[in-house]
Design a protein around this ligand. Structure first.
Ligand SMILES: *[C@@H]1O[C@H](CO)[C@@H](O)[C@H](O)[C@H]1NC(C)=O
Ligand SMILES: *[C@@H]1O[C@H](CO)[C@@H](O)[C@H](O)[C@H]1NC(C)=O
Ligand SMILES: *[C@@H]1O[C@H](CO)[C@@H](O)[C@H](O)[C@H]1NC(C)=O
Ligand SMILES: *[C@@H]1O[C@H](CO)[C@@H](O)[C@H](O)[C@H]1NC(C)=O
Ligand SMILES: *[C@@H]1O[C@H](CO)[C@@H](O)[C@H](O)[C@H]1NC(C)=O
Ligand SMILES: *[C@@H]1O[C@H](CO)[C@@H](O)[C@H](O)[C@H]1NC(C)=O
Length: 486
C-alpha cells in the first residue's frame, strides 16, 4: 500500500552519470557514521518500526536521539546500536541547579536502560550556543554537564559513556572569513573556556553541529560544488592551505578556534551534518544526495583536513533520519525536511548508511490512514478563504509552500487545499478538521500535483493496536505500586 506517490528520485537529475560513477565506486562508509533521530513529529513511525524496519535493515550502527525517548530506548535495547542521548535546552537550568535533579535524570533516562542499551554520549543541550538563542543558556550549560558527569560517576557509568555539549558552527565560524581567521564568538568566550576545560578533564570530544545550507545561502559567491564535495575549479586559498569543500573548511575553522583557546588536540565529533530536501530554494533530494554521499565517501577516504591530515572526526551523525513536521522553523522553513527518509519511512535518495551500494530499504507495513484528503470546495463563496488558510497554516506544516518549496508552484486555490489537507491529516482525518467555515471538502481523489505531495498521515501508535512490551508492563506495574502506596 502506497497511497502517496514517491518523491521524484534524484536519478532523474542531470548529474546521473556522476551519481552512477559514485555508486559504482562507493567505498564502505567510515564505521563511525551515525544518524540523528528526532521526535518532533505529529505522526511518528512507532519506535519499534524505526529500529527493526529502518535502522537495522539498513545496517545503521549509531544513532543520536534528540531526547531520551523511552520508546526509542526500549526499542534499541539489545540491538548493539550505539546510542547518543540528548538533553533538551529546557532542562539545562534545573539540571545545573541541582545535583539531585541530574541524578534523577541519569537514573530515569540512562541507568534504567544501561544494561541493554549501548550508550556512547550524553549530549547536554540542543545547540545552546546558537546565535539565535542569545546568552540565555550559557550560565547553565557547563554546570548541567558537570552535574550529569557526577551522576554518571556515582552510577559507575562514566567509563561506558562521555558527556558532550553540542555546539553550532556559528559559535566559531563567520561565513565571510577564512578558516585560519576563526575564533570563538566573544559572547561565548567565557563559557567556552569552562566548557573546554571540562571536556579536557574528562577526555571528552568537542561536538560540533554544521549547517551547510545556511552557509551556502549566506556566502553568495561560492558555488554549490563546494558543498557537495565536487571538483572545484577555484578552491579557497587560505595561506598555504587549499580548501575544496565546506566540510574540511568548517572542521579547520573549529580546529583554529580550539587552538587559539589552547586546546589544539581536542577530539571532534560531528553531531549534525545534513541537507534538506524541501522548504527553500536548493533544498532538493538531488542536492541532498550529493551532499550526503559526498560526505560519507569523503569520511571513508580518511584523507583528513589541511590542519589535521589523515584525521577523521571520531564520529559523524548525519542529519537526519526522517522529516519532523513539528520541528522549530526559527532557523529556516527547510528545517522540517532534513529526513533521508520521509516522515513515513520512505527513502528520498541513496546514501550509504552502512548498507553499502544497495538502495536504502523503506519502512515496511506502514499503517496509513484511509485514502481521504481535504481540499477547497470550489463551489463555495471564497471571500473568507484567506483567514481559513491562515488558521490551517498556524497549526499545520505549510513549509512546502515556501518559495522554492515543492508546492510553491501549485497556485491558488491549490495552495489553500494543501494547507487544509495538512491540517486535516494532522488531526487524524477527523471530519471537524475539514470544516473551514464550509470551505473544506473531503475527497477520495489524490489531489497531489507534480512534485507537490498531499500526504496521508500514518496512524499514530496511540490510535493503533496496543502491544505492551515487557518494559511498558514493568513501568505500569511500578506506577501502580507507587500510586497504591501514596
Ligand atoms: C528523564 O528524566 C527526567 C528526571 O527524572 C524526567 O523529568 C524526564 O521526563 C525524563 N525523560 C526525558 C525524555 O528527558
Ligand atoms: C563577520 O566578519 C565581518 C568582517 O570581519 C563582520 O563585518 C561581520 O559582522 C561578521 N559577522 C558575524 C555574524 O559575526
Ligand atoms: C578540571 O580539572 C582541574 C584539575 O583537577 C580542576 O581544578 C578544574 O576545576 C576542572 N574544571 C572543570 C571545568 O571541570
Ligand atoms: C567571496 O566574497 C568574499 C567577500 O566579498 C571574498 O573575500 C572571497 O574571496 C570571495 N570568495 C570567492 C571564492 O570568490
Ligand atoms: C577569549 O578571549 C581571550 C581574549 O580575547 C582570548 O585570549 C581567549 O583565547 C579566548 N578564549 C576562547 C575560548 O576563545
Ligand atoms: C497561493 O497561490 C496564489 C497564486 O499563485 C498566490 O498569489 C498566493 O500568494 C499563494 N498563497 C500562498 C500563501 O502561498
Amino acid at each position: 500500500m502506497r497511497p502517496s506517490r514517491q518523491h521524484p528520485m534524484p536519478s532523474q537529475a542531470p548529474a546521473l552519470p556522476l551519481l552512477l560513477l559514485l555508486l559504482a565506486v562507493a567505498p564502505p562508509p567510515a564505521a563511525a557514521v551515525g544518524v540523528n533521530w528526532g521526535f518532533a513529529s505529529s505522526h511518528p513511525l512507532p519506535a519499534e518500526q524505526v529500529v527493526h524496519g529502518l535502522l537495522l535493515p539498513n545496517s545503521v550502527t549509531r544513532v543520536r536521539l534528540s531526547a531520551a525517548s523511552p520508546d526509542a530506548l526500549s526499542a534499541l535495547a539489545g540491538t548493539g546500536v550505539a546510542v547518543t542521548v540528548g538533553v533538551p535546552n529546557e532542562l539545562l537550568r534545573p539540571l545545573a541547579a541541582s545535583r539531585k535533579a541530574a541524578a534523577a535524570w541519569v537514573h530515569d533516562n540512562v541507568t534504567r536502560y544501561a544494561s541493554a542499551v549501548l550508550f556512547e554520549y550524553i549530549a547536554v543541550g540542543d545547540d545552546p550556543f546558537l546565535l539565535n538563542h542569545g546568552q540565555q543558556f550559557q550560565p547553565f550549560v557547563v554546570h548541567a554537564a558537570a552535574n550529569i558527569q557526577q551522576a554518571l560517576d556515582d552510577a559507575k557509568l562514566s567509563k561506558k559513556m562521555k558527556v558532550v555539549v553540542p555546539c553550532s558552527s556559528d559559535a566559531y565560524q563567520n561565513t565571510s572569513t577564512l578558516p585560519s581567521k576563526a575564533y570563538f564568538r566573544p559572547d561565548v568566550n567565557k563559557t567556552m573556556v569552562e566548557l573546554l576545560q571540562f571536556l579536557a578533564n574528562h577526555s571528552s570530544p568537542f561536538m560540533v553541529e554544521l549547517n551547510p545550507i545556511l552557509s551556502f545561502q549566506q556566502k553568495k559567491n561560492i558555488s554549490l560544488e563546494y558543498y557537495t564535495f565536487q571538483l572545484m575549479s577555484h578552491p579557497i586559498i587560505d595561506g598555504h592551505n587549499k580548501y575544496e569543500n565546506y566540510f574540511d573548511a568548517s572542521i579547520d575553522a573549529l580546529i583554529t578556534a580550539l587552538t587559539k583557546a589552547g586546546f589544539s588536540d581536542m577530539g571532534i565529533v560531528v553531531g549534525r551534518a545534513g541537507w534538506p530536501t524541501d522548504g527553500a530554494a536548493n533544498a532538493t533530494p538531488a542536492i541532498a544526495q550529493s551532499f550526503m554521499t559526498g560526505l560519507v565517501n569523503h569520511l571513508a577516504r580518511k584523507s583528513g583536513t589541511p590542519l589535521r591530515p589523515k584525521f577523521v572526526p571520531t564520529e559523524t551523525y548525519l542529519y537526519s533520519l526522517s522529516d519532523e513536521d513539528q520541528c522549530s522553523i526559527a532557523r529556516g522553513t527547510y528545517e522540517r525536511h532534513y529526513g533521508i527518509f520521509t516522515f513515513d519511512g520512505q527513502a528520498k535518495y541513496y546514501v550509504n548508511l552502512g548498507q553499502g551500494a544497495k538502495a536504502l530499504k523503506n519502512a515496511p507495513d506502514v499503517d496509513y490512514l484511509p485514502s481521504k484528503w481535504c481540499v477547497v470546495d470550489n463551489n463555495k463563496d471564497m471571500s473568507s478563504i484567506s483567514s481559513s488558510f491562515s488558521a490551517a497554516c498556524s497549526n499545520a506544516d505549510c513549509t512546502a509552500l515556501s518559495p522554492g518549496g515543492s508546492c510553491a508552484g501549485v497556485g491558488w486555490p491549490g495552495n489553500v487545499s494543501y494547507a487544509f489537507n495538512n491540517y486535516y491529516q494532522q488531526h487524524d482525518q477527523s471530519e471537524e478538521s475539514c470544516t473551514f467555515n464550509g470551505l473544506g471538502l473531503i475527497t477520495t481523489v489524490d489531489p497531489s500535483v507534480d512534485n507537490c505531495l498531499f500526504a496521508l498521515a500514518i496512524r499514530t501508535s496511540a490510535a493503533s493496536s496496543f502491544h505492551p512490551s515487557l518494559t511498558t508492563l514493568w513501568i505500569l506495574v511500578l506506577w501502580f505500586c507507587i500510586y497504591s502506596l501514596a
